[in-house]
Design a protein around this ligand. Structure first.
Ligand code: GAR
Length: 194
């Protein structure tokens, strides 16, 4: 009986705004035999996010938030999180900034994937900025979310080489491949302590 309780999968919510390839990848990993989580909910900041198709295919509950008003939008999200007993929030290409209040409510339970080797290249257009600065490497980072943009404690990182005649597009594709390895690994690490 005790073992059964310990083996229970933790409910995870994924927040998206666009394509949702990380979302799909996390769904697929959640079906693996040793997975310790179940994706119970997806929150999208756009009704047009392509990633919502994955929710439909895999029958995952979805909540679309219009974000006209931050306070009431977050209130709706908090309600869904509570209702679905969410233990961990994974931001995956979610392009909205969460309020300090929201982060406080889920302190230590929100993680994000960012396409650079943080603390370098916080924010947007990371790939082109790394190329323009003639960096030899870029990569991706999974980190806890705190109230400062892309600044929370780092969980895992993966380096990706930048080639001489790289383009932002090509680099982003190579980094995305690594994101799909790094995010499930990070989840495993984080869930042990939840
Ligand atoms: C990913 O590259 C992710 O790291 C990035 O958006 C992309 C989403 O792709 N996130 C950020 O830039 C957050 N600052 P996906 O929708 O295919 O998962």
């Amino acid at each position: 009986m005790l073992k059964l309780i310990g083996d229970k999968k933790k409910n995870v919510a994924v927040f998206i705004s666009g394509t949702g390839s990380n979302f799909l990848n996390l769904i697929k990993h959640s079906f693996k035999r040793n997975s310790k989580y179940k994706i119970e909910l997806v929150v999208s900041s756009s009704p047009r996010a392509k990633g919502l198709n994955h929710a439909k295919k895999y029958k995952i509950k979805k909540k679309i938030i219009n974000y006209n008003n931050l306070k009431s939008s977050e209130k709706k999200i908090l309600f869904e999180l509570k209702k679905n007993k969410i233990k961990l929030i994974c931001l995956a290409g979610f392009m909205k900034i969460l309020s300090k209040n929201f982060i406080k409510r889920y302190n230590g339970k929100i993680i994000n994937i960012h396409p650079s080797l943080l603390p370098k290249y916080k924010g947007l257009d990371t790939h082109q900025r790394a190329i323009n600065n003639k960096e030899k490497f870029s990569g991706c980072t999974v980190h806890y979310v705190n109230s400062k943009l892309d600044s929370g404690k780092i969980i895992l990182q993966k380096k990706v080489k930048i080639f001489k005649y790289d383009s932002g597009y090509k680099l982003s594709k190579r980094i995305l491949k690594q994101e799909h390895i790094l995010y499930p690994k990070s989840l495993k690490k984080v869930l042990i302590n939840l």
